[in-house]
Design a protein around this ligand. Sequence first.
Ligand code: SF4
Ligand code: SF4
Length: 365
Amino acid sequence: MDMADVKAELIDEARRLGFAACGVTSVRPFTEARTRALSAIDAGRMDGMAWYTRDRVEASADIGGRYPWARSIIALAWPYRPARPVHPSDPDGTIRGRFSAYACTEDGGRAVDYHDLLAQRCDALVAWLSERVDEVRAKRFVDHGWALDRAIAERAGIGFAGKHASVITVTAGSYVLLASVAVSVALPIDAPSQRGCGHCTACLPSCPTGAIVAPGVIDARRCISYLTIEHRGPIPEELRPLMGTWAFGCDLCQEACPINERLAPEPLAVGAPSTAHGPVPHPDLVECLELTDAEFTARFRGTAVSRTGRAGLARNCAIALGNAGDGGALPALRRSAATDPDAVVREAAHWGIAQLTGSRTQAPD
Ligand code: SF4
Ligand code: SF4
């Protein structure tokens, strides 16, 4: 079968599986992206992400060297729906925070971890390819895989890196999750995207913590996504008032992007009122602050939010409640400050109380 025909059908199949975009690039090393990633490590902008090492970058930049059988890389983008921002308090007094929209990924109405969802769809695409081409070998990479997924997406032409550092696709803006699959099939490659942000700079001032330190350059140490998901221990105190009511991730720079505004699908509404069945765009912060370990596991197991652990989410909610400015949170914050089993959560609860009352109620442990 002609490889141009295989590729055309592959792209159709990727769309049928739910991907917003699919392109193909070569296994040639990603030298520019490698240099950028190593510079970020050297400058300390990735501090706190112990897993993001120089060795990892070197290996990720050279998929062809690691997998000598690989002949091309399929780049894929999975669309997710943005959440509509709401006022932090409901009329009934519920104080709501925010979960990043990607954390609320669903499959058939069931909350799922996007890693699992994308891995499953990538495998389905490889299975499809294996029915058309003999003896296909494949290696997939989803987010934490050792691949420079943004560079792959750009070179395969499925999008371009915005000044907020996320890849912007034609059909779903930057509200996409990226995946890549190295395959032993020499598929025709695509040209890199020629599009770009132009003169727009709308996302730069939208970042409340100043984490976008230059166009396309994020200082992860200041990014709310990193602080609420990856960072362990107390969050630096000077950043806490800038974090708003984000309890998991942050979408502000994406929400500021006019391309997203034009191209993204219909925003999610407020969503389900509680997290009883998994992540929701606007979670009840008091409810999440007071979850037990067993309740946290029951609600968030198998979803992206499980990455914070119970104590990480409670820490984030204590800070978000301090920032929400609603004194109705004080009883819950006082309970957490006194009884939460985790010292980091107790300290964050004291901070939240101090934000709402103007003074620390008790010296933290
Ligand atoms: S995700 Fe939020 S904190 Fe991080 S760069 Fe974007 S706006 Fe800033
Ligand atoms: S807001 Fe403007 S500068 Fe930022 S990513 Fe979108 S188009 Fe690019």
